[in-house]
Design a protein around this ligand. Sequence first.
Ligand SMILES: Cc1cc2nc3c(=O)[nH]c(=O)nc-3n(C[C@H](O)[C@H](O)[C@H](O)COP(=O)(O)OP(=O)(O)OC[C@H]3O[C@@H](n4cnc5c(N)ncnc54)[C@H](O)[C@@H]3O)c2cc1C
Length: 395
Amino acid sequence: MRYVIVGGGVAGTTAAEELRKLDPESEITLICEEQHPLYSRVLLGVYVQGKVPRERTFLKKESWYEEKKIEWLRGVHVDALDTQNKFVALSDGRELSYDKLLISSGKEVRTVEYDQRGVMYFRTIDDADHIIQLLAEQGKDACGGIYGGGFIACEFLNIYEAHNIRTVLTFRGEHFWNSNLLPEAGELLLNHFRSKGVDVIAHAELKGLVGDKELEGFVTEQGEHPCTMLGIGVGILSDFSWLEEAGVKIGVGVKADKFLQTSVADVYVAGDISEFEDVYVGREMNVGTWLNAIMQGRVVAKNMTGEPTVFELVSSYAMNVLGIDIIFVGDVAKSEADDVHLVGSVRSGGVTQVFERGGRVVGGVMINRNTDRKVITDAVKSGMPVSDVLNKINT
Ligand SMILES: Cc1cc2nc3c(=O)[nH]c(=O)nc-3n(C[C@H](O)[C@H](O)[C@H](O)COP(=O)(O)OP(=O)(O)OC[C@H]3O[C@@H](n4cnc5c(N)ncnc54)[C@H](O)[C@@H]3O)c2cc1C
């Protein structure tokens, strides 16, 4: 059996490891555009903050691939897929045939059109190295800007705080995570950021940058903001072009059933790029979390080796930003919920949002209310009625 895996992030690498266990005699090829062995994106923030050394972010050694008899093609991009003749075409001109193919090519950052020195993105370890280099070059003269209202903006907030850098935070909407948070939760977060000395500016669409080669500031709808470093966190996207051309069904991700099988025979998907049938929340989901990618890597390997296994996980993302805990569990899209219930208050310093669909709990957001996490996770799993959950967490 010949397995080919496109993308060597945590989903693809976990799948390769699992395939080797399940099918010791098989041929496994892992193709990845990045040059590095597997590293933890989750640890990149603390690496840039100077709290863990670079080497600790690596989860595999270069020798691991050979030890596991996994052919590792790094620095190579998959450009095309032929599902009829079952091969992929690589950027170095090679063509690789497969019996079973896994797409685990993840996401990349959405960029803006400006590229003065000082503009930063945050997805890869190369991005992390670039940020560290800028921090070292600028030292005490650094002045930090952020454009974005989500998790990557939070990463930049923590980085600037760790390096004692004055910060202006700008974003397009009313508050952070406009499509997930109620105004009270948004207010709680922004109050907290302000209490930490961050200059917070909402309704601030980016209009341009100031400075020639070196960044001197940026301009939004709300005016000009001086800064020497600008962290951009305006979302992530995937390159679907080669998959669409091959006839693979695409939505917001690569469409898959609950076994992570795509619309094309012998082609599977795992990780950030998948849009799968989520058995707990009852709709197709595209989830960008570390645990989701690992668990999908494990489950997809079973399915690829002929052991039908349903993917079951209540997804979650937890983060501490400037001392406040934020946790997302399950389906937290306001537009998909019948109702979103709020527990707690800005005054009490903690809120929980409970997302309801069809009378049951499908997700939750907790800000400084970590103890609600288990109740909500269990409720999403068991389909507990909303009233029971509200009773439990209100007490
Ligand atoms: C800074 C940061 C902090 C994070 N913190 C958290 C956290 O605290 N908790 C949490 O749950 N999640 C966190 N995440 C999200 C988590 O890291 C991702 O959900 C996870 O890494 C996704 O893994 P993946 O394997 O699906 O995709 P990726 O990690 O994106 O890996 C895909 C790989 O495929 C390669 N590739 C893409 N296209 C091709 C192609 N055509 N040919 C060959 N190779 C290709 C890419 O270069 C990449 O190396 C964080 C992410 C970032 C960036």
